[in-house]
Design a protein around this ligand. Structure first.
Ligand SMILES: [Zn+2]
Length: 347
């Protein structure tokens, strides 16, 4: 992020190939020329489909013959302030025009020397490819979601491999990030514009276990609405229990799993001692999935950690459940693991 904010490139790896990524908003001649020198020289500008629409950039081909190929739009140059459009200076200028929120269709001429392409609306979470990574990195760094990217090539005939890229990165002091790392970051911390979760409701909730406060959260990745049940007593290092929706366990208390027992014990402990029970909803789950075992994903851990942090906790003790302390921990949240205790021992 620091490199991008300083207008320096990040090298993004995925599969066996690497892209140079710059925020289009900060594109300037020096690093654009550097990018041309170390890549295929074909500069692309990944952006969102709605941005392409607003700038009057239709798809390059209407009947894309390769579903895996990038979705290029017509090529462009800036309408003003460029000469032929091909130089690094001109292409940097065109990239800045694409990123400028004030730009409109009349600020570009078609065809040109920069190739915009549209990305998946969910970024790397929806499609883990280089173009999506470029746009996501720009958003995370706080820039308009338009990137300037190009594929790195090696000294020989092919694209650059891991060793070439490590050398290049070391020589120019550039960070290297792999697309799966970026996906994990998105699933844990959000996209840079919205938080990972958004608080949507708040209600008092009398229960058989005692008084709890229910706080509803919208999951900005899955769209699910999760619920946090907060106990009234205040403690310095509160307890946290995490439960993932299990229809057969939660509703009919199936004996196939211990969800019913665990959620009842957790709610009782939280009501008596304070802390929070995070209940994660599963909008896409099939009813009988739970009979075959319970899934637990990075997205689940990211949502649970974000909810606990949003509630203002900075240090918590995690009761036994699907989440590990390591998965839940964040820079702003310290998580210690504790074993569940039978409820009866509390009285
Ligand atoms: Zn279950």
């Amino acid at each position: 992020m620091a490199a991008l904010r300083a207008g320096r490139p990040v090298l993004v790896g995925g599969g066996t190939e690497y892209d140079v990524v710059l925020p289009a908003a900060l594109a300037e001649p020096r690093w654009t020329a550097w990018t041309v020198r170390h890549t295929s020289g074909v500069l692309c500008a990944p952006l969102r489909a709605e941005r392409a629409g607003a700038l009057g950039l239709p798809p390059m081909v209407h009947d894309n013959q390769d579903p895996r190929s990038p979705r290029y739009t017509v090529s462009v140059d800036a309408a003003h302030g460029v000469t032929t459009g091909i130089s690094a200076t001109d292409r940097a200028r065109t990239a800045r025009v694409l990123a400028d929120p004030a730009s409109g269709p009349a600020d570009l001429i078609r065809p040109g020397h920069l190739l915009p392409l549209t990305v998946h609306a969910d970024g790397v979470v929806g499609r883990p490819e280089h173009a999506e990574a470029g746009v996501d990195l720009c958003r995370l760094a706080g820039f308009p979601p338009v990137a300037l990217t190009a594929r790195l090539v090696g000294e020989g005939v092919g694209t650059a491999g891991d060793e070439d890229v490590a050398l290049l990165a070391a020589r120019h002091d550039l960070p290297v990030i792999q697309i799966p790392e970026l996906v994990e970051h998105r699933l844990r911390f959000g996209d840079g514009e919205r938080g990972r979760v958004t608080r949507v409701t708040n209600a008092r909730l009398p229960t058989v276990h005692g008084q709890l406060d229910a706080v509803g959260y919208r999951d900005e990745v899955t769209g699910a609405e999760h619920i946090a049940l907060v106990g009234r007593p205040r403690t310095s290092v509160p307890l946290v229990a995490v439960h993932a929706e299990c229809i057969t366990g939660d509703i009919v208390k199936t004996t196939h799993c211990d969800c019913a027992r665990r959620i009842a014990e957790s709610a009782a402990v939280i009501a008596q001692e304070g802390g929070v029970l995070v209940y994660l909803r599963r909008p896409g789950a099939r009813v009988l999935d739970a009979l075959d075992g319970h899934t637990w994903t990075t997205a689940d851990a990211g949502a649970a950690g974000a909810i606990v942090a949003d509630l203002g906790y900075r240090s918590v003790r995690l009761l036994t459940g699907p989440a590990t302390a390591l998965q839940l921990a964040r820079p702003d949240l310290t998580v210690l693991a504790v074993q569940n205790r039978p409820v009866s021992s509390l009285t």
